[in-house]
Design a protein around this ligand. Structure first.
Ligand code: SAM
Length: 251
């Protein structure tokens, strides 16, 4: 249970340290009085503001590299993805019977994991869906993966033996998550598997949640969200400053 993905670039490690360290952040603010003043002025109103990631802008700026922490050096994207694949799919394989025919990759991004789902068995077909068209356009085509850009959940017509979700729910506000959760449970075939990975906070205390781009909810949040599927935490890993939990549930 102590897997950690390390980046190799020393320069980037130092840069990341400086950009996330409290002391350096404070120093940067002190050296920029206009920013400090604006921050103090807006403090109260900003505190309760829901800030969602604008996936369209993010993809315009970072391309496929925006699907993971943008502190990752671009030249290390493939290496980090390969280590994540190893951790995630070694774990997922233990919970499948090899007879899965239809899988959904929900919030697939550029499909970096969809291409691994088709390798799970020789018959599986994947529907890989995302609400950001540019990411779908960037995905590598495969004759067993159907990529779908969608706006409304009911555009997803089929039902599935496997639903795979990797780091999607953390960027979505609670109200919307409940709708997505109910929909996904309906779409899972009897005996089907839900496989979920999400960044989490180790803080087990519940506090009022206001989404600020990404919400590192705790394990209890996700376990409770999918309790109908008897969701269990089966592994975890650390990458940069984030812990990612891996969960499995069955209908
Ligand atoms: C952190 S990325 C992860 C992408 C991919 N699962 C991966 O691990 O490479 C989150 C993805 O969720 C997508 N997304 C955001 N809101 C969504 C929603 N309501 N339904 C489906 N996908 C959504 C984003 O467009 C983005 O591609």
């Amino acid at each position: 249970m102590s897997k950690e993905i390390q980046i190799k670039s020393k320069k980037k490690i130092l840069k990341n340290y400086i950009s996330t360290n409290f002391f350096f952040k404070f120093l940067k603010l002190i050296l920029n009085p206009v920013k400090l003043f604006t921050k103090l002025k807006n403090y109260k109103s900003d505190k309760n503001l829901v800030v969602k990631i604008d996936w369209h802008q993010r993809t315009k700026k970072y391309g496929k590299y925006g699907v993971i922490d943008t502190q990752t050096p671009e030249e290390e994207f493939d290496n980090v993805t390969n280590i994540q694949k190893k951790i995630i799919f070694q774990c997922l394989k233990k919970y499948l019977n090899g007879n899965e025919k239809k899988a959904l990759d929900f919030g697939c991004g550029n499909g970096r994991f969809s291409e691994e789902i088709v390798k799970l068995n020789s018959q599986i077909l994947v529907l890989a869906v995302d609400t950001e068209k540019k990411l779908i356009d960037l995905a590598k085509r495969n004759n067993r993966i159907n990529f779908l850009y969608f706006r409304k959940l009911d555009e997803i017509k089929a039902s599935f033996d496997l639903i795979f979700i990797s780091n999607v729910l953390g960027g979505i506000e609670k109200q919307n998550i409940i709708k997505i959760k109910d929909f996904l449970i309906r779409k899972l075939n009897k005996g089907g598997t839900l496989f979920l990975t999400e960044h989490v906070s180790k803080n087990q205390k519940k506090s009022k949640e206001i989404l600020k781009e990404w919400s590192n909810r705790n394990d209890s949040f996700y376990l409770n969200l999918f309790k109908k599927l008897n969701l269990k935490k089966v592994d975890e890993y650390k990458y940069l400053h984030n812990f990612t939990s891996i969960y499995v549930g069955r209908k």
